[in-house]
Design a protein around this ligand. Structure first.
Ligand code: ZN
Ligand code: ZN
Length: 335
């Protein structure tokens, strides 16, 4: 799909290396902006993903509309979106807080009830997104490969199927996580059975099947929409943007430009009016001593984003001195 978004122009600078790739790849597709890629190769691993979509509608018709069903759907959507934010993303991908080994495993099981594959698979791909953000090597850039590829196409592409263990060595040393990553569908199937036992067909269909499909697309909006539409507080090298609407949809992940600027922060809403439900839950978990060493944005980061006014003494500091580099992911590991 041709990408007419102005930000696509930034990708043209990368065209030279990509043209080299094209010339060696028969069947590569040329785009209007001069950037092109080999066509996606489908793999069987995406079939369950398709089955959920196909069966969601007839199952909804079978059990029918009810407010009880809507409550199951919304409740299970937000309960599990919190695990996407806090576990897959802010813990395994960015290590923005710490927890013990048992808590880490339980959290990983809860996150995988979302059916978004294993925590090691998810976090490794997300680290690649930050490493190459909107440049060649980014698994899902709407700037480079268009909206639909960033939203869903990259998942059905064979090159996205394996876990990139070399990107997640810090967690791949835990055998229980390797096991869970391999049998990634188990927590989701356990949840499906529990939904049926607790609430019958209505809970199974609305609270599991439909909720899971909506949750996939809610999560994917961060890969697609928040690199195209919204406000840029920080001049990051990518096209990440902040969006209140998608912060509400995703429990706080919509402050994506904040996040790309300072990815090590556990808070993605940097000020009180930037709603970040996941961070509020994390603060409660910290008070309960389930997690520790929660990373917050520094005052320098807030000044740079224009969130707080600098004092006179801080104004004297040159801009370079208040720029905060992104910390390396290799920090203290779970015990
Ligand atoms: Zn991003
Ligand atoms: Zn991230």
């Amino acid at each position: 799909m041709p990408n007419s978004h102005p930000a696509a122009q930034a990708a043209v600078s990368a065209a030279a290396s990509l043209e080299e790739l094209d010339s060696a790849t028969p069947g590569a597709r040329q785009r209007e902006d001069g950037v092109s890629y080999p066509p996606a190769e489908f793999h069987w691993g995406w079939v369950p993903f398709a089955i959920f979509h196909v069966f969601a509608v007839p199952l909804a018709w079978w059990v029918g509309f009810s407010w009880e069903g809507i409550a199951w759907c919304v409740g299970m959507y937000y309960a599990r979106m919190l695990t996407v934010c806090l576990v897959y993303h802010r813990y395994f991908s960015h290590r923005s807080y710490q927890m013990g080994r048992v808590t880490q495993f339980v959290a990983a099981c809860l996150a995988q009830t979302t059916m978004q594959k294993g925590v090691l698979w998810w976090a490794a791909h997300h680290r690649m997104h930050h490493r190459f953000s909107d440049q060649p090597g980014d698994p899902h850039s709407p700037i480079l490969r268009g909206f639909w590829y960033a939203h869903v196409g990259w998942i059905v592409n064979r090159e996205s199927d394996p876990t990139k263990f070399d990107k997640i060595k810090d967690f791949a040393r835990f055998p229980e996580l390797i096991w869970l990553n391999r049998w990634h569908f188990v927590p989701g199937f356990v949840l499906a059975a529990l939904m049926y036992l607790i609430g019958g067909p209505v809970a199974f269909v609305w609270g599991y099947v439909i909720s899971t499909v909506v949750l996939w697309h809610g999560t994917f909006t961060i890969n697609s929409i928040t690199h195209l539409y919204g406000v840029r507080r920080y001049k990051t090298t990518d096209q990440s943007r902040n969006s209140l609407i998608f912060a509400i949809v995703t429990c706080g992940e919509g402050w994506h430009n904040n996040h790309h600027h300072y990815q090590h922060s556990a808070a993605q809403g940097f000020v009180w009016w930037q709603i970040d439900f996941a961070y509020y839950v994390l603060k409660v978990a910290e008070a309960l001593r389930l997690v520790r060493n929660v990373v917050k944005p520094s005052r320098e980061v807030l000044i740079e984003g224009g969130y707080v006014k600098p004092k006179a003494s801080e104004l004297k500091a040159p801009v370079a001195a208040i720029a905060v580099p992104v910390p390396a992911v290799a920090v203290e590991t779970a015990s």
